[in-house]
Write a protein that binds this ligand. Structure first.
Ligand SMILES: Nc1ncnc2c1ncn2[C@@H]1O[C@H](COP(=O)(O)OP(=O)(O)OP(=O)(O)O)[C@@H](O)[C@H]1O
Ligand SMILES: [Mg+2]
Length: 407
């Protein structure tokens, strides 16, 4: 039996390995942040450009908040930079009151000189402008004007897509226009889930020139492999090329799954006394990851594929998850035909699964979103996080070999 100290050591080591991955929380540690170089540069450059404001948008779970966190800490060297989370009921005023509170908190913690103690600056900017009751666009401009006398300010409004207040978009557009016209050295960064900028801010056309767009695509295979290598290196572990490819392939550009599978695979390897993650550890991780996937995703899968009778729902959904898609995640029935034929080992034609695609886009979820005209329909997973889960289930249920995910 292992002695107590040996057990303690193993326990500590497991904790370290676990901590090298972050499957559920956004990243805020620079050393664990992978890739995204061009988006980070665009954010930093855009924040520096006078009169320029920014909008950062992409699918759910691609890493928007993590990028915003890293940008906040990088910008923090020369600007006062904060990130605010929007909630459904927030108004324009609520958001800015929170932003000013946060700025003040940040200011209180900024050291004023080498070796000196952090000091607080007691005067609240809201008191100076006569707030905080229902701030108008002009009061926000005035407050930012005061605040930016010492240093520039950058405010990220994350989860902007959640806002439901009917005036909030118009107010933000007016605010951005005013700040831009008057060259106030403050940058507003709007962050949220959207396919394009019009989905995120209705009044976008009126501020087009002042609003730089930063689309966040899914992470590339190279970025995800880098994520794995970095996390493992931080705990002195390595991964074989085949194991890395398998995890990257399942993740489909969504870093949540790379963290989840990487974490379980690393723990699996450690438990067999190895510091090198191989494909066997990945297969073990696939089993574990299914059990750790959010209940809501598992429920979507069940709803889409459940049937009392023998049918092809699981196979067709798996073929959708494996289908060749464009950079917005859309795929055609023709590409589902190819992956389904490969899965079943016999030629399948579209009419034999058109009913399934239709059900997935309507009463079975809907788990797919259908776009386009008759005969040219294109489909996409409504919740991108369902797609890798479908692959994991495909492996567990023996519909595909895990080796099909990457040799
Ligand atoms: N560049 C990155 N390097 C390493 N891990 C990342 C990176 N970006 C995101 N992640 C990880 O991916 C997961 C999702 O990231 P994040 O929460 O930032 O995405 P999001 O786009 O803000 O999601 P949502 O749309 O749900 O708000 C988290 O577990 C985070 O740790
Ligand atoms: Mg987020």
């Amino acid at each position: 039996m292992a002695s107590l100290t040996e057990q303690d050591e193993r326990f500590n080591r497991e904790r370290l390995i676990r901590g090298a991955f972050s499957p559920t929380a956004p990243i805020s540690r620079r050393d664990l942040f992978a890739g995204r170089v061009s988006q980070l540069m665009a954010l930093i450059d855009g924040a520096d450009a006078p009169g320029q404001h920014l909008v950062l948008f992409g699918e759910r779970g691609v890493g928007k908040t993590s990028l915003a966190n890293i940008a906040v800490s990088m910008l923090g060297v020369e600007a006062l930079s904060v990130r605010i989370n929007c909630t459904t009921s927030d108004t324009f005023s609520d958001l800015w009151v929170r932003a000013f509170d946060e700025i003040q908190l940040t200011q209180m913690h900024l050291p004023t000189g080498f070796g000196s103690e952090p000091v607080s600056r007691p005067t609240s900017v809201l008191e100076l402008i006569g707030g905080p009751e229902a701030l108008s666009v002009d009061q926000v401009r005035a407050a930012l004007f005061l605040l930016t006398r010492d240093q520039p300010v950058v405010v990220f409004f994350d989860e902007f897509d959640r806002l439901e207040d009917e005036h909030v978009h118009l107010n933000f557009a007016d605010c951005i226009k005013t700040l831009s016209d008057q060259a106030v050295p403050a940058t507003v960064v709007i962050v949220g889930v959207a396919d394009d900028v019009n989905d995120l801010i209705d009044e976008h056309a009126s501020v087009e020139r002042a609003l730089g767009q930063i689309p966040m695509p899914r992470m590339s295979d190279v970025e995800l492999a880098d994520l794995l290598a970095r996390a493992l290196a931080s705990v002195d572990m390595t991964i074989s090329d085949a194991a890395s490819r398998r995890i990257v392939k399942v993740s489909q550009g969504l870093p949540h799954y790379t963290h989840l599978l990487g974490q379980e695979a690393a723990l699996g390897a450690f438990r067999t006394d190895s510091s090198a993650v191989g494909v066997a550890a990945v297969d073990y991780a696939i089993e574990r990851a299914i059990d750790r996937t959010q209940e809501s995703i598992a429920a979507l899968y069940y709803r889409a594929t459940y049937s009392a009778r023998e049918n092809l729902y699981k196979q067709v959904l798996l073929a959708c998850a494996m289908a060749q898609s464009d950079d917005r995640g859309f795929f055609s029935a023709a590409s589902v035909r190819e992956s389904l034929s490969l899965l079943l080992g016999r030629r399948m034609e579209i009419p034999s699964f058109a009913m399934h695609l239709n059900a997935f886009s309507t009463d079975r979820g809907p788990v797919l979103r259908k776009e386009g005209a008759q005969r040219k329909f294109r489909y996409r997973f409504v919740n991108p996080l369902l797609q890798p889960y479908v692959l994991l289930r495909g492996v567990r249920d023996g519909l595909i070999q895990s080796s099909m995910l990457g040799q």
